[in-house]
Design a protein around this ligand. Structure first.
Ligand code: KMH
Ligand code: ZN
Length: 310
């Protein structure tokens, strides 16, 4: 087995500050968490920008740049910049940060889907929200379609090729793997692939062991096991740790972070470094070694920190 690549997804665009006091949204706090996660064992840091004033998801490329630069100044972790963005952003908005920074990795979402967290709103309608935008944002996901058409996927592919960015393919359901296969057959994308199985989004496949097995079986059949590496993230608690454990024992890789899950144990809020530390403990118990950023670069064949623009 390869050494284990741990990705930390620090803040994302679905968790809102009312859900956790530990969710970083100020630029310096996002950078601070990235440094601590890298020290804890994360080889890759998945970043989104937030409005530093109120914590709302942002597509401002300047903020993305500041975050990426702050991480690079303090760690050699791989920086993976989102192109998934958040609700209300166009594909062009979503690409701006990656196009400016030309990172080693950027997310590449493999299909359109419902993408909802509206059940969370019920709880905070009772408890109260920290900021005005949160209620509308969370409730608004009930009617949100996360748009990744074939037209926009072509644009994502062209832009990433132009800037020599390796895509991290985000697959939320089995059909997304067939979409990737189609893009490959069309000559739009070439292997080998780095695929993140994002399981448990309301609108995608569940974060259950049998769902992950189906994703792996499908990817093996479409691409051949030797032509791709996979990582998994289970959205929500305790699914994040169930999927992490499977990633560890099956030779895949693992993503964790407050972007997708806010608990470390039942009813106990997590911190980003705490989530990485928990995966390291699971991996240690299973005698799976943890990859350094340098080893992750080798495993994923990345262009290196000297070739990014931040
Ligand atoms: N938070 C994940 C469910 C992206 O950034 O491109 C979605 C995600 C997408 O990570
Ligand atoms: Zn993300």
């Amino acid at each position: 087995m390869d050494k284990l690549i741990i990705t930390s997804a620090l803040t994302g665009a679905i968790t809102v500050p009312s859900q956790s006091e530990h969710l970083p949204f100020r630029t310096e706090d996002i950078i601070g968490d990235a440094i601590k996660c890298a020290e804890a064992g994360a080889a890759s840091i998945h970043i989104h920008a937030r409005n530093p004033e109120n914590g709302a998801p942002s597509s401002d490329p300047e903020i993305v740049y500041q975050i990426a630069k702050g991480i690079k100044a303090n760690t050699d972790a791989v920086v993976c910049i989102t192109t998934g963005g958040g609700m209300g952003m166009t594909p062009q908005d979503r690409l701006r940060g990656a196009a400016l920074c030309k990172p080693e990795l950027a997310s590449f979402n493999l299909g359109s889907m419902n993408f909802s967290m509206h059940p969370v709103a019920k709880r905070f309608n009772k408890l109260g929200w920290n900021s005005d935008w949160e209620k509308d944002y969370v409730e608004g996901t009930k009617n949100f379609i996360f748009s990744n058409t074939f037209g926009s996927m072509e644009i994502f592919a062209e832009t990433m090729k132009e800037h020599n960015i390796r895509p991290e393919f985000e697959a939320y359901d089995v059909g997304h793997l067939h979409n990737l296969h189609f893009l490959v057959k069309q000559g739009i994308i070439e292997g080998p692939f780095w695929i993140q199985f994002v399981l448990g989004v309301l609108g995608g496949i569940t974060a259950e062991p049998r769902s992950l097995m189906m994703m792996i079986d499908t990817a093996d059949r479409l691409f051949g096991a030797e032509n791709y590496k996979w990582s998994v993230i289970g959205v929500g608690y305790p699914m994040e740790f169930h999927m992490a454990s499977m990633g560890v024992i099956m030779g895949g890789h693992v993503r964790v972070g407050l972007e997708d899950n806010i608990f470390i144990r039942r009813r106990e809020l997590a911190t980003n470094p705490g989530l990485v530390e928990k995966v390291v403990r699971i991996a240690n118990e299973m005698e799976r070694e943890i990859a350094t950023p340098a080893e992750a670069r080798e495993i994923l064949n990345l262009k290196g920190l000297d070739n990014v623009d931040f």
